[in-house]
Each structure stands twice: as structure tokens, then as C-alpha cells.
Design a protein around this ligand. Structure first.
Ligand code: SAM
Length: 248
């Protein structure tokens, strides 16, 4: 899978991917990360990527020309499919959630555009981007941190990048609910003990405990997720019993 990022700060992508899981995926040839400087697609002496806003107002806007040219150049140079997603990082976009991350992980190429200043000329949204994505309801100084989040979330779903596919399958959101609490050694740490069932070796009971702990946690913290989660009859009965008890 190939990620192509357009940014005016290419150096911001060095350190986040110099270590860790994504770095290993790149080393193993499972992922490619191509970071492109938007200034390389400017033609004026100052290599300007921004300009003032028509109609007045504070701040500057990302100009359309270098962004269109940048995407066209990436498409030509890397022979990306014509329908490869062109993702504009913007606080006004669709909120990034796991189902969308999974959809992006099914693509061969993703082109990401990082904004700066007051954002983008509207024609970039209308005629270049295929997706507008926000990583949350807050405003960052630029799209780089958001692009790093998106690359990290998508890359870990590329087969082989995370050591065991099972660990990504059991993650929060992937299963539609939050993951159950987990413990490691020691079994007794300063008198704080691990639930006995987890030490029992009884896999059926452990599975039941985990499922119930996961449902309880989701009901407490993110009841909205339960509306779309795949729930068995047993799950529903357990949730009903929790609700009757008042969420214990
Ligand atoms: N004036 C814009 C607005 O009100 O929508 C905000 C511009 S912001 C200061 C500059 C850039 O940071 C944006 O163009 C976008 O690329 C990025 N950005 C800021 N917050 C973001 C978020 N929550 N998710 C994704 N990108 C974001």
C-alpha cells in the first residue's frame, strides 16, 4: 500500500515513522510512504503556497494551483489509479472512524493533502478532493498531525504490518464495541490482583468474562456504539440485566 502526502512541512513526517510498527512495515516493503513538498509544484520566485482571501478577512489560504499540480504529478509519477482517494485533511470533514479506516486500508494508494493557514481555496474541496476527513472536533495548526494519525491507523490494518492479525481483529471499534480490560504479570501487584477467571485456564469462561467486560465497558463509556454493534441474544440479555442494575 502506498501513501502519498502533500505538505509544506515534509520534515514533520520523518520522526513519527522512524520507529515502531509503521517503520517496520515500510522496511518490510509492505507500505510505502512518499512525502511531497507542495512548494515543488510552485512556479514563482518565492515558492508561494498561500495567498490572501478574496473578500477580505484574516489569514491566508492554500492556493489551488500547487495542490492540483501536486496531485497530477503524483498520479503520473507513481501511476496511481485514477480513482485513488484524494483525502483533504480538514476539521470540516467527516470524522475519521474505524469503518472508514478499514475502507481506506482496502485501497492500493491514498493521496493525502495537508492544509495550513486558514485552510484551502474552496475549489480544492470541490474539484480535487474525493474525501474530506477530520480527526476530531478541534482545530490543529496544520493537517500534518492528522495525516500522521490517518497513516498510522490505516497502515496497521495492512496485512503483515502488525505481527498478529488477531490483535487488530480484537481491537476496540473493530469489533463494534470497546475492548475488554487486560492484565499482564504480576498477578498480584501491591495487593491489586488480576480477576481470578483469567488465571483459570478455562477458555470458555475467559471468553465469556471478556465479552461481558467489553459490553459493560461500552455501555458505561460509549453506549452510542451499541446501536450499530453486532450483538447476540446473550449479549442483549446481559446488557438488559446491566441496565436493570443501573450500569454496574
Ligand atoms: N479555518 C479552518 C476552519 O475553520 O475550518 C481551519 C484551518 S486549520 C488552522 C489549518 C489546517 O489544519 C486545515 O486546513 C487542515 O488541513 C488542518 N486541520 C486542522 N484541524 C484539523 C482536524 N481536526 N482534522 C484534520 N485536519 C485538521
Amino acid at each position: 500500500m502506498r501513501f502519498h502526502v502533500l505538505t509544506i512541512f515534509p520534515g514533520m513526517f520523518d520522526s513519527p515513522f522512524a520507529e515502531g510498527v509503521v517503520h517496520r512495515g515500510i522496511d518490510a516493503g509492505l507500505i510505502e510512504l512518499h512525502v511531497h513538498d507542495i512548494r515543488d509544484y510552485t512556479h514563482d520566485r518565492h515558492r508561494s503556497t498561500d495567498d490572501y482571501t478574496f473578500g477580505g478577512g484574516p489569514g491566508m489560504l492554500m492556493k489551488p494551483e500547487p495542490l492540483f499540480e501536486g496531485v497530477e504529478s503524483i498520479r503520473a509519477k507513481h501511476d496511481t489509479p485514477e480513482n485513488a482517494p484524494v483525502i483533504l485533511l480538514t476539521p470540516q470533514g467527516e470524522r475519521l472512524k474505524q469503518p472508514l479506516v478499514e475502507k481506506f486500508a482496502g485501497e492500493d494508494d491514498l493521496i493525502l493533502i495537508c492544509g495550513r493557514y486558514e485552510g484551502f481555496d474552496e475549489r480544492v474541496r470541490e474539484n480535487l478532493a474525493t474525501h474530506e476527513i477530520s480527526i476530531g472536533d478541534y482545530v490543529l495548526n496544520g493537517g500534518e498531525a492528522a495525516a500522521i494519525v490517518l497513516v498510522e491507523a490505516v497502515a496497521r490494518l495492512v496485512p503483515g504490518v502488525v505481527g498478529s492479525d488477531e490483535s487488530t481483529r480484537n481491537d476496540s471499534f473493530t469489533t463494534g464495541v470497546l475492548q475488554h480490560p487486560q492484565y499482564t504479570r504480576p498477578a498480584d501487584f501491591r495487593g491489586m490482583t488480576v480477576p481470578k477467571v483469567l488465571l483459570s485456564g478455562d477458555h470458555a469462561r475467559i471468553e465469556q468474562w471478556r465479552r461481558r467486560a467489553s459490553l459493560r465497558r461500552t455501555l458505561q463509556r460509549r453506549p452510542d456504539l451499541l446501536e450499530d454493534a453486532e450483538l447476540s441474544r446473550e449479549d442483549r440479555e446481559f446488557l438488559d440485566s446491566l441496565k436493570e442494575e443501573g450500569h454496574q
